[in-house]
Design a protein around this ligand. Structure first.
Ligand SMILES: [Fe+2]
Length: 265
């Protein structure tokens, strides 16, 4: 019997970006008050169990609000760093903040599983949270579980993949613990990010995600969501126009409506 070890190499990983920015409690307090003012009388979306999200309530350009603009401007600098880390040539593309909206989660509220097909890159910034996850983690799902080998195995019910995440952090001191660690590393059904004041999270907009229930009886959950779109620069370089990038929207022309009237622009 051979003693050669099997090595496992992670292929095609999803790039989850996290930036722990220094939290400014004073600024956060001002912005949380401003978010409550923007929410007004509403407390949900409108399902009482769904957190209030500005994108569905006409508040989706937060970067244009004076109180929020300085923070949003600081955050977008980190977006460039994320893109460059992924290998993008910043000189060959233009980055657009398409939407930016507040999310306020009361105790017991969630945001259901979804993704953002309108955008390329999504981001969330947390104004509060202590890192425990009790105010509701951001849960991200893989697009495809290639390592599950047979689709559905990880569902459980005594299945052959030992996806007991609670035990996954055990040291691999015995075979069972090693199996649990393997399940987490290679077949994790999801990944949770606990909100923490000052944390910026970035991920591809195509990735399904949700917000788990806010179990903090004493505090609302405050976050700012952002959607970014990548296009060609307004003035493409001498290298030409990248084939798969949309032209810069500054060059787009809106088509008149079916009744023949102009829609503007
Ligand atoms: Fe989202």
């Amino acid at each position: 019997m051979t003693s050669a070890a099997v090595t496992l190499q992670p292929l095609f990983p999803v790039a989850l970006g996290q930036v722990a920015l220094p939290a400014d409690p004073l600024e956060a307090a001002v912005l949380m008050r401003a978010m409550l003012a923007l929410r007004g009388e509403a407390e949900s979306n409108p399902d009482p169990l769904c957190a209030w999200t500005g994108d569905l309530n006409g508040v989706d350009q937060l970067q244009r609000h004076a109180a929020f603009a300085p923070l949003i401007s600081r955050l977008t600098g980190h977006v460039w760093t994320y893109l460059q880390a992924l290998g993008f040539d910043s000189a060959a593309l233009a980055l657009h903040l398409q939407r930016c909206w507040p999310v306020v989660g009361e105790t017991g509220q969630v945001v259901g599983r979804h993704h953002h097909p309108n955008a390329h890159l999504s981001a969330v910034y947390y104004l509060n949270g202590d890192g425990s996850g009790r105010s509701g983690c951001l849960r991200l799902w893989p697009q495809r579980q290639s390592n599950e080998l047979v689709p559905g195995l990880a569902v459980g019910h005594g299945g052959p993949i030992r996806a007991d995440l609670a035990a996954a952090n055990d040291a691999a001191a015995n075979h069972a613990a090693a199996n649990h660690a393997g399940a987490q590393q290679w077949n994790a059904p999801w990944f949770d990010v606990a909100p923490r004041a000052g944390l910026l999270v970035l991920f591809p907009a195509c990735i399904d995600h949700a917000v788990l229930e806010n179990n903090d009886d004493d505090d609302r959950r405050f976050s700012i969501s952002m959607d970014f779109v990548i296009t060609a620069p307004a003035e493409p370089s001498a290298g030409g126009r990248p084939e798969y990038l949309a032209p810069h929207p500054g060059g787009w022309q809106q088509v008149a409506g079916p009744e023949g009237g102009s829609l503007g622009g």
